[in-house]
Structure formats: structure tokens, C-alpha cells
Design a protein around this ligand. Structure first.
Ligand code: GDP
Ligand code: GDP
Length: 436
């Protein structure tokens, strides 16, 4: 997965959200509910001819007044310009060019980043003729499409994915485990980094990340070499008041792309937020190793069952992926912070795990024998052979007679059996069913 990020910008009602959903097809979008003047921003991973990229719909703004409106739109474009590798500027063929389109075009023409002008709502040939006026905005890459029907979107995707260099992720130190510490502002990310640095002055070097928004720091703790990807320390002074949330989410996604394991930090007192859950499901979708760190545990009044009860409730929110470590830490009291890193290393090992085929078949065929898959149209569904695929994210192919008829509950059973027999704690796994 590359860290390539594409932002969709445009004034409200041009069809950004429709376009976004079309790009993701049936894939579920991650919706970030931001209150106030903005409506939902959406994040997702789009895939096209084997290449994938992050797609951000920067959202629509609910105008309070003309002034606020212009300012918000400008902010949206500036953030997108700063954070994305390429932009898709959506306009509406049914309305023609508006003054807001022109204002946005002015800002966008000045960037050196690739801008794709997507003239949307070109549902028929008449619209195509009318849409010709958009050439006057002066963008070289212009595409006429209908997000509603999907026509024309393939050409745009071809052009966007042509920019993606598959080797986008840096080869430097490729063999070292990479951790990203992610979480809401003020959860304690910088404090954790400082605590780790303070205790053991073992930083080997700072290495620039693949994007200028991440810093890779090489550590040597417990005789283990690893890299921490930090985004916490990077805050542009002139922008601290501007949409910190949005920055932090985009940064988290970038750090996540570069990491093997995400240390997702949540605030013990606040509990897990909707945005934490969005980030969590994105990490699962991207197949990253995950450790949950419940920080500021010192603030919680505890009795003997507190951690257990807390963990149980947390897992209910994280379901269905709950086979993962949850560690209660206090950076301030330096409680269990090294445990956190050690656990990250364990999850890294688990993600690297390759189960020998013979062992896999011995265990899993026994599990199939113990609990047979349901009968399909009167025929027994037979799983004959299992193999682990040579992929980064642990993936298993089950060869069977009716691969399309294996139902979710049975897939869950098989995944649980895999997890019960081989240690994949903290690691999303993928199951594929293939015709034998
Ligand atoms: P956003 O505010 O830019 O995110 O716009 P939305 O995606 O919410 O779309 C605004 C309206 O335009 C909705 O009523 C959509 O159904 C409609 N729309 C979006 N794409 C198309 C299209 O390709 N053709 C037509 N005719 N309508 C569209
Ligand atoms: P970041 O924005 O995620 O990098 O968070 P910071 O590291 O800047 O921490 C935000 C605030 O939380 C600071 O005032 C820290 O002192 C405080 N903090 C961090 N860890 C803990 C902890 O374990 N317990 C308590 N009580 N406060 C903490």
C-alpha cells in the first residue's frame, strides 16, 4: 500500500461525496463526524488496477454567512494542497462555472501538485457540450464524468494511479520494525516519545519519512532495533488554530501507511472516541498490526476489576477485531511504557509469522472435521487444503469445492481457529476461498 494521498475539493453540492463513494465502490468509507461548520469528512482507500491510494473527501461546508463560507472553502483547499500528493477539483456541469469555482481555481492553479479537474454531472451528450466551458478554467487535466452513473470515472482513475510509484514507501531500513504512535491531540503521544528517549538515550538517528510530515527515529531498546514514526511533534506554528483535528487525522493516516504496527493511544478518562474508532478500522483495513494503549491510567480510580472491566467494554466497541493487546499505561508515572514497546515488537513478530503448510493443514483440517461447514444446495461443502500466501498481511487461501458459498459465520469460525492455534494477536488476517 502506498502512502499516496488524493484530496477531493470543490464547493458544496457539486457531487464530491457521490464521487467519493463511487471511487470506493462498495468499500465502506470511514466517516469522520466533525461538528460545527463542516459536514462529514470521509477517508477511504481506493483501489484501481492493483494500485491503492488514500482518498479524502474534504467535505462540504454549511455556510453561516458569505464571509465564513469563503474563508472555510479557502481553508479546505489550503489544507488539501499541503497534505495531499494530488487533488481532484470537482465542478458541476449542470450549473456551469460559478464565482466560487473561479476563486478555488485561482488557488489551485498556483500549486505545483497535479490537479485533476473533474467536471461532474455530465450524465448525457448534451451536458458534455455545455461542459466545454470548463476548459476556460485553464487546467490541463480535465475529465468529464458522471458520478451518478460512473461514466468517465475510469479515465480519471487511470490518470491518478499513473502517478503512483509502487516504490513510494522508502526502502531505507526496510527490515526494521516500524511503529506509529497515533491518537487524538493531547492523548500523550509526545510525552510517550519523550519518556522513551529520556529513559534510554539510545536514539541512533533521525531519518526523514517518506513524507515531510513524519519523522522516523531509530531506537535501540531491549537489544531490539526499531523505528518510531512520529507525527506528534510536527505542528506548524502558524496553523495551530486551524483545524488541528483534520491535520492530526491526515498525519495519522500517513504514519499508519509507513508503519508495520500502530500503537493506538486513547485517553483512559475520555474513553475511545468516534474518531479513534475510525482510525482503528482504517488500520484493520490496511492490515496493520495494532496495540491499544490506554494512557493516563493514573487518573482512573481503580478497584481490583477496573482494568478487566475497562478492557471488556473497550472490546465491545472494537468488535469484531478483538484479538489484540490492550495495555494500560501512564506515561506520567512511567507505568508499563516499556511493556508497550515490547508488545509492539511481539505484534510485529506475529505479523511476520509464516505457518508451515503441513502444520496449517494438520490443525485446520482437524478444525474443519470438528465442525463441518453447512451443506450447499444439498452438497457437502468440502475444504481440502489450506495454504498461507506470501503476503505482508497474513493471508490464508482455503481451497474448496464451492468457494462462493462459504458464509461469514463459518469464516469467523475458521479465523477463530487460526487465532486459537497460531499467535496472530494484534494482527488482522485475511481469508480467501478458492476453487479446488
Ligand atoms: P457534495 O456536497 O459536493 O459532496 O455533493 P453531493 O455528493 O452531496 O451531491 C450533491 C447532489 O448532486 C446530490 O443530489 C447528488 O445526487 C447529485 N449528483 C452527484 N453526482 C451527480 C451526477 O453525476 N449527476 C447528477 N445528475 N447528479 C449528481
Ligand atoms: P500529544 O498531543 O498526544 O502529543 O499529547 P502530549 O504528550 O502533549 O500530552 C498532553 C497532556 O497530557 C500533557 O499535559 C501531558 O502532561 C498529559 N499526559 C500525558 N501522559 C499522561 C499520563 O499518563 N497521565 C496524565 N495524568 N497526564 C498525561
Amino acid at each position: 500500500m502506498s502512502g499516496f494521498t488524493v484530496a477531493i475539493v470543490g464547493r458544496p453540492n457539486v457531487g464530491k461525496s457521490t464521487f467519493f463513494n463511487r471511487m470506493l465502490e462498495q468499500r465502506k468509507a470511514i466517516v469522520d463526524n466533525v461538528s460545527g461548520v463542516t459536514r462529514d469528512r470521509q477517508y477511504g482507500v481506493a483501489e484501481w488496477t492493483g494500485k491503492s491510494f488514500n482518498l479524502i473527501d474534504t467535505g462540504g461546508f454549511v455556510p453561516e454567512s458569505e464571509d465564513v463560507f469563503e474563508r472555510e472553502i479557502k481553508k479546505q483547499v489550503l489544507i488539501a494542497l499541503e497534505e495531499a500528493n494530488a487533488l481532484i477539483f470537482v465542478v458541476d456541469a449542470s450549473t456551469g462555472i460559478t464565482t466560487l469555482d473561479e476563486a478555488m481555481a485561482d488557488v489551485l492553479r498556483r500549486t505545483t501538485k497535479p490537479v485533476f479537474l473533474a467536471v461532474n454531472k455530465v450524465d448525457n451528450a448534451d451536458r458534455l457540450l455545455e461542459a466545454a466551458e470548463f476548459y476556460s478554467l485553464g487546467f490541463e487535466n480535465i475529465f468529464f464524468l458522471s458520478s451518478m452513473t460512473g461514466s468517465g470515472t475510469g479515465e480519471l482513475l487511470d490518470a491518478v494511479t499513473a502517478l503512483i510509484d509502487e516504490d513510494h514507501t522508502e526502502p531505507e531500513n526496510a527490515d526494521l520494525p516500524k511503529f506509529a504512535i497515533i491518537g487524538q491531540p493531547n492523548v500523550g503521544k509526545s510525552s510517550l516519545l519523550n519518556a522513551l528517549i529520556g529513559q534510554e538515550r539510545t536514539i541512533v538517528s533521525d531519518i526523514a519519512g517518506t513524507t515531510r510530515d513524519t519523522i522516523h527515529t531509530r531506537y535501540n531498546l531491549f537489544k531490539k532495533d526499531f523505528i518510531l514514526i512520529d507525527t506528534a511533534g510536527i505542528r506548524r506554528k502558524d496553523r495551530v488554530n486551524e483545524d488541528l483535528e483534520f491535520y492530526s487525522v491526515i498525519r495519522a493516516i500517513k504514519a499508519m501507511d509507513e508503519a508495520d504496527v500502530c500503537l493506538l493511544m486513547i485517553d483512559a478518562a475520555k474513553g475511545i472516541t468516534a474518531q479513534d474508532l475510525s482510525i482503528f478500522s482504517l488500520a484493520v483495513k490496511k492490515g496493520k498490526g495494532i496495540v491499544i494503549l490506554v494512557n493516563k491510567w493514573d487518573l482512573i480510580e481503580k478497584d481490583t476489576n477496573s482494568a478487566k472491566e475497562y478492557e471488556k467494554q473497550l472490546k465491545e466497541r472494537l468488535a469484531p477485531f478483538t484479538d489484540l493487546p490492550i495495555i494500560f499505561i501512564s506515561v506520567i508515572d512511567k507505568t508499563r511504557i516499556f511493556r508497550a514497546v515490547e508488545t509492539g515488537l511481539e505484534v510485529y513478530e506475529n505479523r511476520q509469522r509464516k505457518v508451515p503448510t503441513s502444520q496449517l493443514n494438520e490443525v485446520m483440517l482437524k478444525a474443519v472435521e470438528a465442525y463441518h461447514p453447512p451443506v450447499v444446495r444439498g452438497y457437502p461443502l468440502k475444504i481440502k487444503y489450506i495454504t498461507q500466501l506470501p503476503t505482508v498481511v497474513p493471508s490464508f487461501a482455503f481451497f474448496c469445492n464451492f468457494p462462493d458459498d462459504v458464509k461469514q459465520p463459518y469464516k469467523n469460525y475458521l479465523e477463530n481457529q487460526l487465532r486459537a492455534n497460531f499467535n496472530f494477536k494484534g494482527v488482522p488476517v485475511r481469508l480467501f476461498f478458492r476453487k479446488k
